[in-house]
Design a protein around this ligand. Structure first.
Ligand SMILES: [Zn+2]
Length: 654
């Protein structure tokens, strides 16, 4: 573990050679197990923990060597610093208060290292005169990260993983670089009127006092891996110059705009660095969207992760115009025009990965807002097994898919994962003996072996014109990004009945309403009926975190029935699970998303109904009789299998 300065050495020394006292309290004293099923329960357990922290005596005073005792510990009370809104979800809270056992023994007790490893490390320590922690790392028993985590647990302080939760780039400016380095401390995030600060030693009262004075805010301290922390400080202060000077520049942002307009903007201009830092954070956090929204007093920056929008940070209002201008330049938009919405796109490379960004600006009363969608080709690459179809579902789907012709539509609202499904399906027929062409707006993921055509309306390359030229190129399979108008729909339908497999998406709420949607667009019912072979409506549900999901011992059968469960569905063994929250899932209980499908093959009966312009309810009725699971039933089956929580089902398909 890197040694920062004498304070750090002192700190680690104290931990590793922590006094002679063995734990002589009653077993379990001061220990509260975290484990709740809902926010309230977790909150109340949290309060219990805080209560315990409040009453537990500072256990440390070292009887052997007063030098090893942290003089400040007793005056610093983590409990009193707990924010009203609870701890932030990314903080890993200790399950016990400060231990009085030795760190090494505690690590053996918790199964992090074996007794043999401890003995070996102690031997190593005797020979090298290094600290125990370093010795454990030297012999390969733990990584520096594991040691820090164990240390936090041992000290009874929260832990924050800076790899999975990178610090907010906006906050570094709150403390001078020199102070950050001296105390090995870095602001991570604002939380309930406090500032979360990652520190190598969260018990250093002098540091805490200084930080409190410097920031003018109360501090919620957490321990972080020293290596990660040093790297984060390094990154933050190469960026925070940025922020400070951006703020200065923003005072006369005409200069910045003039600079951009005249094309003299350089890569190290503050606003450029600021925007890059934000995009980098969005990619690191696996965000699909990045929102920059002016409010009355500040600019809020939010990110959508696994479909849910999270507040990420805040910037002063005066950086809005330079930021928006910079983004407009990147997206090739008109920077002088701020009264009408504009959209564009650009590509960038983050940590060597190519990312495509779609950008849209929206004029609001408070100023221009910017929304960016991040398309990560690597993250998006999936195959058919990643869709998690049941055997029954894939049978219904794949039959249509392996036919030489016919149109398959994936439908759903924006953000329901239609395109990803289309790509997964396409990847499964992408063999050398087939010619595959796609017409897309935008090209979201790049696929080898597929001729992908980008729509460019301004240049006259529209869906219909691109499709027509595509058909002349002798394709077997055609992917149409989205059917939005009658002309595109008609060409796609014609292609389907003349021997092509056509894959496309449609904005419709259910499978049964999709044929009607096409008819409403202006396509003749007979053409819809004969061209379409299968429709799959889709939603995305957040997957339960596999690390922490808990079994539901006694499922609420009455509720399940209200949600649509039949006797037959309830007959088997029920293995419901619910979210809990752990470090792996940022305490949300969910990680990643999986699609839920309603798959409707177009049978003869349904063909007839479409031609007769039947109501979608009638189409759905027949489809269900013929074995279709509606979205609700498909979701419910996942609930009963333990793949989906009831809360998530209700959120997604209600
Ligand atoms: Zn979890």
């Amino acid at each position: 573990m890197p040694v920062v300065d004498s304070d750090q050495r002192y700190f680690l020394l104290r931990q590793d050679e922590n006094g002679a006292a063995e734990d002589d309290r009653a077993p379990g004293a001061g220990t509260v197990e975290l484990g709740g099923s809902n926010a309230q329960e977790i909150e109340s357990r949290l309060q219990q923990i805080l209560e315990t922290m409040r009453v537990a005596p500072p256990a440390d005073p070292d009887p052997v060597d007063g030098r090893l005792t942290d003089p400040g510990y007793e005056t610093y009370d983590h409990a009193s610093s707990a924010p009203a809104g609870g701890f932030p979800p990314f903080m890993q809270l200790p399950t016990q208060t400060q231990g009085v056992t030795r760190l090494g023994q505690a690590m053996v007790d918790r199964g992090i290292i074996t007794q043999d490893q401890l003995d070996e490390a102690l031997e190593h320590q005797r020979m090298t005169r290094k600290r125990l922690g370093e010795s454990l790392i030297d012999i390969g028993a733990v990584t520096s990260f594991q040691l820090s985590q164990a240390l936090a647990e041992h000290l009874g302080v929260p832990f924050v993983d800076l790899e999975t939760h990178p610090p907010d780039v906006m906050l570094a400016g709150m403390i001078p670089e020199e102070v950050a380095r001296r105390y090995c401390a870095l602001p991570v995030e604002r939380w309930s009127g406090q500032v979360v600060v990652a520190m190598a030693n969260p018990n250093d009262v002098f540091a805490l006092d200084d930080l409190r004075v410097l920031t003018g805010q109360s501090i919620l301290a957490a321990l972080a891996d020293t290596g990660h922390l040093l790297a984060a400080i390094e990154r933050a202060y190469s960026r925070s110059d940025i922020i400070e000077s951006t703020l200065d520049d923003a005072a006369d942002d005409y200069d910045v705009e003039a600079e951009i307009q005249s094309g003299t903007v350089v890569d190290d201009a503050p606003v450029v660095k600021l925007v890059n830092a934000l995009l980098e954070k969005a990619v690191a956090d696996r965000a699909s969207d990045l929102h920059i929204e002016p409010a009355s007093r500040s600019v809020s920056i939010r990110m959508r992760i696994d479909g849910i929008l999270h507040d990420t940070s805040e910037a002063p209002l005066n950086v809005l115009r330079p930021m928006v201008s910079r983004l407009k330049v990147m997206g090739n938009l008109d920077i002088a025009q701020n009264r009408i919405p504009q959209d564009g796109r650009f590509s960038l490379s983050v940590q060597g990965r190519p990312i495509d960004v779609r950008i849209a600006t929206v004029p609001t009363a408070a100023g221009e807002a910017v929304v960016m969608r991040l398309l990560d080709p690597v993250r998006g690459a999936m195959d058919i097994s990643s869709l998690g179809l049941s055997e029954y579902e894939s049978e219904r789907f794949i039959t249509a898919f392996h036919a030489p012709q016919g149109a398959i539509f994936v439908t759903g609202p924006t953000g329901s994962g239609k395109s990803s499904t289309l790509y997964a399906l396409l990847a499964s027929v992408n063999t050398r003996d087939k010619s595959i062409v796609s017409v897309e707006d935008p090209v979201e993921y790049r696929l080898d072996g597929v001729k992908q055509i980008q729509i460019n309306t301004r240049a006259g390359m529209t869906f219909p014109s691109a499709l027509r030229s595509t058909l002349r190129a002798d394709p077997d399979v055609i992917l149409v990004g989205e059917v939005r108008d009658a002309e595109t729909a008609r060409i796609a339908a014609d292609a389907s009945i003349t021997g092509h497999l056509v894959l496309s998406t449609l904005h419709a709420t259910s499978s049964a309403s999709s044929p009607i949607r096409l008819v409403d667009m202006g396509v003749e019912p007979y053409l819809v009926a004969s061209a379409v072979s299968c429709i799959a409506a889709q939603r995305l549900g957040r997957k339960l975190c596999e690390v922490c999901a808990e079994p539901v011992e006694t499922p609420d059968i009455a509720l399940l029935r209200r949600l649509g469960a039949t006797d037959e569905m309830l007959a088997g063994e029920l293995t419901l699970r619910r979210p809990k929250g752990c470090q792996n899932c940022r305490q949300t209980g969910y990680k990643g998303r999986a699609p839920i499908f309603e798959i409707m093959p177009i049978t003869e009966d349904i063909t007839r109904l479409i031609v007769e312009r039947a109501h979608s309810a009638d189409i759905e009725h027949v489809a269900v009789e013929q074995g279709m699971d509606t979205l609700r039933i498909a979701a419910l089956r996942r609930v009963l299998r333990g793949d989906l929580s009831i809360e998530e089902m209700t959120r997604v398909v209600s």
